[in-house]
Design a protein around this ligand. Structure first.
Ligand SMILES: Nc1ncnc2c1ncn2[C@@H]1O[C@H](COP(=O)(O)OP(=O)(O)OP(=O)(O)O)[C@@H](O)[C@H]1O
Length: 248
């Protein structure tokens, strides 16, 4: 069942069509990679999905409902969450406190009948459980400023997951991380998302990571969808090889 569907989604900046009649779908639980050369429209597409930008034309249907006019925060509450956007890691707080702050922002709307004490106990247990699932249990009482950059990225994803997304968008989840650590991060994300109902849409420039971790790949060029298929189909496509992988 599709959790996200776009129809004719278009964004113009003056004469430029940054996103041009994009039609695509993401199914529940699926891990989809988006690839494309610089300027292909990937970030603009994500900004349209999350509500940071308004579309010039076209439709976005999320979880069966049109998102027309829906602001960023409402989309996040409805389960369309972009990591590195809401919520943000706070350096002065421990990892557990950071995850609890994400749970708090989720529960502010949902659980007004909770007593403070129940909330304290339940959120702590939930935060500890989530950190454990992402391999951060040992560092849970450490302040976020003291953990390595790669762990911070995992923490950010963990906090986004605390929002209980139906679709989580990750914008280059391993950017700024040393090559030797990229696979460790992706493995931890994959371990979690393989058994979760959350769909994941990740933008990635590293084709080896896309080949290894995406279940499906959407290739974009000049605002348009070039091809949509399995990693093998897309990465071996001649146009993708020339336009995106830089091969002759
Ligand atoms: N606010 C804006 N105003 C005008 N043009 C914009 C704006 N944002 C993006 N663009 C243009 O839209 C096109 C698509 O940009 P976008 O950032 O979405 O591409 P991208 O695929 O994410 O690229 P990259 O991989 O380099 O991040 C580019 O030509 C860019 O210059």
């Amino acid at each position: 069942m599709s959790v996200l569907e776009t129809q004719g989604l278009t964004k113009e900046f003056g004469d430029l069509r940054a996103v041009d009649e994009m039609d695509f779908e993401v199914d529940s639980g699926e891990i989809v990679g988006i690839i494309g050369p610089n300027g292909a429209g990937k970030t603009t597409l994500v900004n349209l999905l999350t509500g940071v930008l308004d579309a010039t034309s076209g439709e976005i249907v999320f979880d069966g409902k049109s998102l027309k006019g829906s602001p960023v925060h409402d989309r996040a509450q409805a389960g369309l969450v972009r990591s590195f956007q809401i919520p943000r890691v706070c350096d002065d707080l421990t990892l557990v406190e950071n995850v609890r702050s994400a749970i708090l922002s989720r529960d502010q709307k949902n659980n007004s009948l909770f007593t403070v004490l129940d909330w304290e106990n339940d959120t702590r247990a939930e935060a500890v459980g989530l950190l454990d699932e992402f391999g951060l249990a040992k560092k849970r009482e450490t302040e976020a400023e003291a953990i390595p950059h790669g762990d911070k990225k995992i923490l950010d994803v963990c906090m986004s997951v605390a929002m209980r997304p139906k679709l989580l968008i990750l914008d280059e989840p391993t950017s700024g991380v040393a090559t030797e650590n990229k696979y460790a991060i992706m493995d931890r994300l994959q371990n979690f998302f393989e058994t979760s109902d959350s769909a994941v849409l990740f933008i990635e420039h590293d084709m080896e990571l896309v080949a290894d971790y995406a279940e499906r790949v959407v290739a974009m060029d000049q605002g348009r969808k070039l091809i949509d298929g399995t990693p093998e189909e897309v990465l071996e496509d001649q146009t993708v090889k020339q336009r995106i992988r830089g091969e002759e």
